[in-house]
Write a protein that binds this ligand. Structure first.
Ligand code: FAD
Length: 331
């Protein structure tokens, strides 16, 4: 039997293994489960800090494996990928998160992903981004938004979400861990990969996709779609943004994973199939900076000793609109 439990402890008890184990058994008992000490394993799942009501507490979530062998927390949800043999091909436009995870999903079915990306690989992109601040030069195809890894590649890669019921989050975290992210993301309440690490993780994903039969075409911008007589998309026309050379790529289907900054794609679609476009709402963000000391003292009620940098999250309504903190960098 596997049972998920949460125990609430004081910060000073966090490292006391015997205390935590006893608390876990007590919690099982409260749930009407009497477990044998020799036949039960508790696997730590997540920690969250509760600083409400002036008393600091930790909520520790565990999975209790009673008479069962614990699943490997690093690999239990990983998909099985199949080497693509080239018999089925799908073009993915864009090597951002949607494109990369799209490619990994196709490989679960042994379908060859052909990834078309207008921007550069992370190494070259890094130089293009530096030129923006040092020389004021913006490369329209390789910049903060465009290039290997997509829009957030040079941010710190926060992985938390409020959409907890829309998909298997553990699986995504395990995939990131497989490609080199710190396994702490599997248990952190607010996991993030880290600015210095994210490009390495993205590179490892690319190498794996290539090893499994996928293709990457960088500096290659989709500039049109190939359609058959019934307006079914059968491929794309593309331009090498360095040489200007044009080429065609053919496939069984095309996945658009171009993100929200690629306005030229909307223009393209509006030209051939305007009914496929529809307006959607979007959120606008501002950056708010506070000294760490201030947030720590508010959240921990002055008892900051030994505590990691405090976090906060806010949601409210203002004049009928939802306002919320999207993400937060503790400290
Ligand atoms: C600075 C910054 C920090 C962020 N930090 C975080 C964070 O910490 N956590 C988080 O969850 N989200 C973060 N985000 C948001 C996140 O990056 C986006 O939600 C995410 O990148 C969207 O993924 P996507 O694959 O749909 O599109 P994108 O990441 O935009 O990728 C689209 C890709 O398509 C390529 N492309 C576009 N047009 C063409 C074309 N015609 N031909 C070929 N290729 C094309 C682009 O070059 C790009 O690489 C951040 C965004 C930014 C800008």
């Amino acid at each position: 039997m596997i049972k998920e439990i949460t125990i609430t402890v004081l910060p000073e008890d966090e490292k006391n293994k015997a205390f935590l184990e006893t608390a876990c058994f007590k919690e099982l008992k409260k749930n009407g489960i009497s477990a044998d000490r020799n036949d039960t394993v508790f696997v730590f799942v997540k920690k969250s800090i509760d600083a409400r009501h002036g008393q600091l507490k930790l909520h520790l979530r565990y999975k209790a494996y009673i008479g069962e062998t614990p699943a490997d927390a690093r690999t239990s949800e990983l998909p099985v990928w199949k080497k693509a043999d080239g018999s089925r091909k799908i073009i993915i436009i864009g090597a951002g998160p949607a494109g990369l995870f799209g490619a990994l999903t196709l490989l679960e079915y042994g379908i060859t992903p052909i990834i078309i990306e207008r921007g550069d690989e992370t190494s070259g992109r890094r130089k293009d981004i530096a030129k923006i601040s040092t020389a004021g030069i913006v490369n329209p195809d390789s910049n903060y938004c465009f290039g290997e890894g997509g829009a957030g590649t040079f941010s710190d890669g926060k992985l938390y979400t409020r959409s907890n019921k829309r998909g298997n989050i553990t699986r995504i975290l395990q995939i990131f861990t497989k490609f080199g992210a710190n396994p702490d993301i599997l248990t952190d309440a607010h996991p993030h990969i880290g600015t210095e690490k994210l490009p390495t993780v993205i590179n490892a994903m690319k190498e794996f996709i290539i090893e499994m039969g996928g293709e990457f075409h960088f500096h290659t911008k989709c500039i049109g779609f190939l359609l058959d007589g019934t307006k079914k998309v059968t491929g794309i026309t593309a331009k090498n943004v360095i040489t200007g050379e044009q080429s065609e790529f053919k496939a069984d289907s095309v996945i658009l994973a171009t993100g929200h900054s690629a306005s030229d794609i909307y223009t393209l679609i509006a030209g051939i199939c305007p009914e496929a476009l529809e307006a959607k709402t979007f959120a606008i963000g501002v950056r708010v900076e506070h000294p760490r000391k201030l947030i720590d003292s508010i959240q921990y009620h002055g008892k900051t000793e030994g505590m990691s940098a405090a976090e906060y999250r806010l949601t409210t309504q203002a004049e009928g609109r939802g306002v919320y903190s999207f993400c937060m960098c503790p400290g």
